[in-house]
Design a binder for this molecule. Structure first.
Ligand code: C5J
Length: 227
């Protein structure tokens, strides 16, 4: 049964049988004060502000027994999956693999690389460590989703214009229909968030659709009333 969701640029017809939620990189180093994001001079309070909305979105999917995918931007401790062009970007001391306030920056298993405790994955949920900005590069996620018959993805997480947008574009090219929850994603730069969302929905939804969480909740409630 399709559930119509009010969205931009036009209604998104959600099919719960083929649907998954993807929560991008809600990891401590990007979001918590004192982490890597803050060390780069970013105002992380913009990102901490969306945590309750992301939590409510995850709760909606869990209540309906729908799949949830969590990603982390994470490299192997030996950095064999981090190309020098990525590793050498930025100031020495604040590069991938360097020691930060919450352990080695963007390295799997380090405290800063963990998903925020309040959004922690439950057993059985898919957790993807991705060495790139996009969630499909070198992860096998497309195969995992395809095996489960997933064809529609709802997106949340950080940052809108980097890992969220890259992942949505990768998903769009692989044939997924993508819906971004606007108040469950954030950027350190408000103008980049706004610009990324406009790019996604422009030209008839060239990358996908966007809507606030309230519209998704209303759509699910409406579907239950009419079930
Ligand atoms: C960044 C991300 N911004 N998760 N990562 O480097 O968007």
């Amino acid at each position: 049964m399709a559930i119509p969701v009010t969205a931009r640029p036009y209604e998104f017809n959600l099919d719960p049988a083929r649907l998954a939620l993807v929560v991008i990189d809600m990891q401590r180093d990007f979001i918590e004060p004192g982490g890597f994001g803050a060390a780069l001079g970013n105002d992380v309070s913009r990102l901490t502000a969306i945590v309750p909305t992301v939590k409510a979105l995850i709760g909606l999917f869990r209540r309906h027994g729908l799949p949830v995918v969590h990603t982390r931007e994470a490299h192997r401790p030996d950095l064999s999956d981090c190309p020098p062009a990525k590793r050498l970007r930025g100031r020495p001391g604040l590069r991938i693999g360097d020691q930060g306030a919450m352990g080695r920056i963007l390295v799997a298993g380090e405290p800063g690389n963990q998903i925020l405790p309040e959004l922690a994955p439950l057993p059985g949920e898919i957790v993807v460590d991705k060495p790139g900005k996009g969630m499909f590069w070198a992860t096998g996620l497309h195969e995992t989703l395809s095996e489960r018959g997933i064809a529609q993805l709802v997106f949340a997480g950080v940052t809108t214009e980097v890992c969220v947008q890259t992942s949505m574009r990768e998903a769009n090219d692989r044939g997924y229909e993508c819906l971004l929850i606007e108040d469950a994603t954030e950027s350190y730069f408000p103008e980049f968030k706004a610009g990324a969302i406009e790019m996604i929905v422009a030209q008839g939804g060239i990358v996908g659709w966007a809507t606030p969480l309230s519209a998704l909740l209303a759509a699910f409630e409406g579907a239950l009333v009419h079930a």
